[in-house]
Design a protein around this ligand. Structure first.
Ligand code: HEC
Ligand code: HEC
Ligand code: HEC
Length: 427
């Protein structure tokens, strides 16, 4: 993090720091006085049935995705989550008594998910999406606990977090929680059917869709109920709005297409890329039909927000972009951008091309990619990377051409946009 910060950002950091210190002492005091809501004891977990249910729920929550390092033992921790404040390392969730959760009771575990507190009372960082997991029902937490305890224990010490002051203090977390954390915040619609409630539970709770699909404020907070889209911190990907049909909204899709997207990574109307491909790979492809339908029902019920007017230069077809398209893209995506059904997506009329934010579009061209390999689509067609072949101005011409062709009325992409999306840290 040795970037040069513009003055306004520095001022904002100083302001935030001062505010943190001021409110910190008061908040720590208040939280300590208030304590956590009481937790009654449940009988100990166990039983093959609970373990199997726990395995399913752990996938629905993609616990393994963060709690496993590249090439490391499953659930033994060590993966770093990059945030604008530094790196937070997910811990060892295996039953090792010294480095894992071997000495944790089911109640300790439930408290971590519900209230974001470790066994020793330490407040946890919201890079662990406990504002979402706070919705997880007691019995489900218990089943996940039983499942994790059934795995082979792995002795692997937790890596200390690497956060800047004041974000590395418990006081900062206490402030953050006082401002932004409401345990169990949920809003299944009034008179919701059981299926819709289940969908809300999976989307707002276990599935923690808002962890990516909402914009975080300057202190990294967002609401589990907000799915209006946002840049994923420290990654060059934009998780589009689930409230907008121009972005990731699927309210107008048939439920079967939504289910196909979540189960196989591809559908007649769109496919999963980048971080969403990981979500499908590790999590949603494992959901059963009834849960997939519940998620689809919830996504279809989301209110459609009017699209905010996009300002910027209108894209227009251009000769430089057309020549690049003919050289590099036409063989798969077709001269009318029609694609090849079942193999190469159409680019004409595709919201991945026309979305206001060009970030993901630039990512696709730079890095190419595959939809996830799933049981329903075991050998997906892939797209080659162009990071070596095409310069920033060339990609800008090419994408501006695509965003202005085939009746698209999107905004132009500049070389600066491409350069920004190419650089590693994007906020
Ligand atoms: C987006 C990444 C992410 C996902 C997904 C995730 N975790 Fe974590 N988890 C973390 C991070 C990071 C920490 C460390 C937080 C801290 O130490 O302040 C953590 C901490 C924890 C802790 C506390 C460990 C300790 O030693 O105090 C528990 C328990 C836990 N996670 C369980 C789960 C379960 C169960 C799931 C799935 C339902 C899950 N996590 C999914 C990132 C994640
Ligand atoms: C790790 C970050 C992340 C999480 C968690 C996540 N998404 Fe996404 N999602 C993305 C990104 C990035 C995209 C844009 C790329 C794409 O279209 O696949 C996306 C796209 C989508 C799309 C649009 C796909 C299309 O073809 O138009 C849908 C629908 C979606 N997500 C639903 C969900 C649901 C439901 C959940 C929770 C179960 C979820 N996402 C969780 C990052 C995430
Ligand atoms: C070898 C065939 C091939 C070539 C050549 C190719 N693509 Fe692709 N493209 C694909 C495949 C396959 C996908 C779907 C990948 C995925 O979903 O991850 C894709 C996806 C895309 C997407 C995302 C579509 C969506 O629905 O999310 C865009 C945008 C795109 N390509 C643009 C381009 C551009 C621009 C070029 C030329 C620079 C190009 N492609 C060259 C095969 C190709």
């Amino acid at each position: 993090m040795s970037r040069v910060r513009p003055r306004s950002v520095r001022l904002r950091l100083i302001w935030i720091t001062a505010a943190l210190l001021l409110v910190g002492a008061a908040a720590v005091l208040w939280l300590n006085v208030r304590g956590d809501p009481p937790i009654d004891h449940l009988p100990s977990p166990g039983g093959a049935q609970a373990i199997e249910r726990g395995a399913y729920l752990a996938r629905a929550g993609n616990c393994m995705g963060c709690h496993t390092s590249a090439g490391g033992a499953a659930y033994a921790g060590g993966r770093g989550i990059d945030t604008p404040f530094g790196t937070v390392y997910a811990g060892n969730l295996t039953a090792d008594p010294d480095t894992g959760i071997g000495r944790w009771s089911a109640d300790d575990f439930w408290r971590a998910l519900r209230n974001g507190r470790s066994r020793d009372g330490r407040l946890l960082y919201p890079a662990f999406p406990y504002p979402n997991y706070s919705l997880i029902e007691r019995e489900d937490a218990q089943a996940i606990y039983a499942y994790l305890r059934s795995l082979p224990p792995v002795a692997q010490a937790n890596r200390p977090h690497d956060l800047r002051w004041p974000f590395n203090t418990q006081a900062a977390l206490a402030v953050w929680r006082a401002l932004y954390f409401k345990p169990g915040e949920t809003a299944p619609p009034e008179n919701a059917s059981p299926a819709l409630k289940r969908g809300a539970y999976l989307v707002q709770g276990l599935g923690h869709c808002s962890a990516c699909h909402s914009a975080r404020n300057a202190l990294g907070a967002s609401s589990p109920l907000d799915l209006a889209g946002g840049l994923i911190p420290m990654q060059n990907w934009y998780a589009p709005s689930l409230n907008s049909a121009q972005e990731a909204g699927v309210m107008h899709w048939p439920a079967a297409d939504i289910v196909a997207l979540l189960k196989t990574g591809v559908s007649p109307r769109g496919s999963a890329q980048g971080p969403m491909a990981e979500v499908v790979l590790h999590s949603t492809q494992h959901l059963n039909e009834s849960d997939l339908n519940a998620v689809a029902l919830l996504l279809k019920s989301l209110p459609e927000h009017a699209n905010t007017a996009v300002s910027g230069r209108k894209a227009a077809p251009n000769a430089a972009g057309a020549a690049l398209y003919d050289k590099y893209c036409v063989q798969c995506h077709g001269d009318q951008g029609q694609g090849v059904p079942g193999a190469y997506p159409a680019l004409a009329g595709n919201r991945a091309v026309t979305m206001a934010s060009p970030v993901n579009l630039v990512q696709m061209v730079l890095h190419g990619g595959y939809p996830p390999a799933t049981a329903g689509n075991p050998q997906p067609f892939g797209m080659p990377p162009y990071i070596v072949d095409l310069s920033d101005p060339e990609i800008a011409d090419l994408l501006t051409h695509l965003r202005g062709s085939w009746g698209h009325g999107a905004t132009a992409v500049s070389a600066v946009d491409v350069h920004t999306a190419r650089s590693r840290h994007l906020r």
